[in-house]
Ligand binder design. Structure first.
Ligand code: ADP
Ligand code: MG
Length: 370
């Protein structure tokens, strides 16, 4: 007699499997914005427009002027594990693009109504492809400028339970805003526009316009004017490791860690070890319980860092974690120590105007100038 109470192994339906996979990548509307804007950046766009309605639940619309896609690729781009960015497992060791897993569009498509419209730069006709919950509803040729537009409507319309986990519209809007700001710092030569409408009134919008190429202006817009004035440039290299960017003076601290931007090979990440190295560098010069403000770019050989750790790619794994920690600590420690007024042995207290304490050329890293 078969034991009827024994749990049996069954294969999940494609729908459930898709939902599980989508859950890893698409946590909330801002995750979609991140994935779509990263795709635009990977496509070489230098102009990216983002619009949302209802905190991204009603609509997320991203348009770029990148290299676009041919009509035949649209359907494939929406499939899981379909990508133009890697071919073999070996490629995973040296990923130069932001994307490579080939699952973002498929994940979005399984939890929303998605329309892809794209045209390449060779002057050919554009095409569109629309799917609802992963099912094709419409496709064919359509006029479009070179580049791609992705429209995502009715997020989680087919999984209402997941909607309940979303925060208020205002919170989701703020997260989307933060995602665009974070990406924009690593791409100063790209222009970004963000317009967010609330569901209550189409007039009530929140806007962000980040023109390309003006570094100080972007830093001022994304962080603050004060940060531009009260920060020093970091530009250090040791062998094939480089660290550049801006760190706030110890007097320019915040109650939260919300203005800490760290990038590894152009990818925004959070990392305990990196956080520790930076905190340690500030330890003697910053009030206890306050947080530093910084924008830092660590560049190291791609083989020294594994980006395939987590579906959202917010985390990386370093081959030589100790070296990363020590390099960051030593670079910042030196920069902060050099700020110490001569003859002073105590804590750093900035008594002069920032312009007087910094050499004029320390205000802008020439490498980042475009
Ligand atoms: P991944 O970015 O990991 O490759 P995605 O699901 O995000 O996976 O995208 C799948 C593919 O669709 C990409 O590899 C790329 O070829 C194409 N694609 C997506 N968005 C764009 C875009 N904005 N411009 C050009 N191609 C795009
Ligand atoms: Mg992608």
């Amino acid at each position: 007699m078969a034991d009827l109470s024994l749990p049996r192994v069954k294969r999940l339906s494609a729908f459930v499997a898709d939902q599980i996979a989508a859950g890893e990548v698409i946590e909330r509307p801002s995750s979609i914005v991140k994935e779509l804007v990263e795709n635009s950046l990977d496509a070489g766009a230098d102009r990216i427009e983002v619009r949302t309605e209802g905190g991204g639940v009603g609509l997320i619309w991203v348009q770029d002027n990148g290299h676009g896609m041919v009509a035949d690729d649209l359907a494939l781009a929406l499939e899981r594990h379909a990508t133009s960015k890697i071919v073999s497992a070996r490629d995973l060791l040296g990923v130069g693009s932001l994307g490579f897993r080939g699952e973002a569009l498929a994940s979005v498509a399984s939890v929303a109504r998605v329309k892809l419209v794209s045209a390449t730069r060779d002057g050919g006709a554009g095409a569109h492809h629309e799917v609802h919950g992963g099912r094709l509803v419409n496709d064919g040729p359509v006029a479009h400028n070179p580049g791609t537009t992705v429209e995502v409507r009715d997020l989680f319309y087919n999984t209402p339970a997941r909607r309940k986990f979303l925060k208020t519209e205002r919170t989701e809007m703020a997260r989307i805003d933060q995602v665009v700001r974070r990406l924009s710092l690593a791409h100063m030569d790209v222009g970004f526009g963000l317009r967010q409408a609330t569901s209550r009134s189409a007039d009530s919008t929140r806007q962000l316009a980040l023109p390309p190429g003006r570094i100080n202006e972007r830093l001022a817009q994304v962080l603050s004017k004060a940060f531009v004035e009260e920060s020093v440039v970091i530009d250090e290299s040791r062998d094939d490791y480089q660290l550049h960017g801006w760190v706030g003076l110890p007097s320019h601290h915040r109650r939260q860690t919300d203005q800490q931007y760290f990038y590894v090979n152009g990818r925004a990440i959070t990392d305990k070890l990196v956080g520790h190295a930076i905190r340690q560098a500030y330890q003697d010069v910053m009030f206890h319980g306050r947080h530093a403000v910084f924008v830092l770019f660590l560049t190291l050989p791609e083989a020294m860092v594994d980006v395939n750790v987590h579906p959202t790619k917010h985390e990386v794994r370093f081959r030589d974690a100790r070296r990363v920690h020590d390099f960051i600590f030593a670079s910042l420690h030196r920069a902060l120590r050099d700020l110490r007024p001569s003859g002073s042995s105590g804590s750093i207290e900035r008594t002069t105007h920032p312009d007087e304490t910094l050499p004029p050329d320390a205000r802008l890293s020439p490498r980042l100038q475009v």
